[in-house]
Design a protein around this ligand. Structure first.
Ligand code: SF4
Ligand code: SF4
Length: 68
């Protein structure tokens, strides 16, 4: 698994270029594509740092894997 982003909740904090989740991810696993954040699953280590900073609570990481 990897971080899951609920695009219905995400309001694209920080604009289209550098939202908080993209900025915080230590593994560069989130990028903006077509104006929405996208997780590259094989890069994500389920640390949940993105989930902690998301102001819209739009990101969840499967609990069993959370390491942070
Ligand atoms: S859970 Fe961690 S590694 Fe995965 S996308 Fe979020 S910040 Fe990046
Ligand atoms: S941190 Fe949350 S609100 Fe901001 S772009 Fe990422 S998912 Fe959307």
């Amino acid at each position: 698994m990897a971080a899951q982003i609920d695009l219905d909740k995400c309001n694209m904090c920080g604009g289209l270029t550098e939202p908080l989740c993209v900025e915080i991810c230590p593994d560069v696993a989130i990028r903006v594509q077509d104006g929405r954040p996208v997780v590259t699953e094989f890069l994500c280590e389920d640390c949940n740092e993105c989930g902690c900073v998301c102001p819209d609570h739009a990101i969840t990481v499967p609990l069993a894997k959370v390491t942070f």
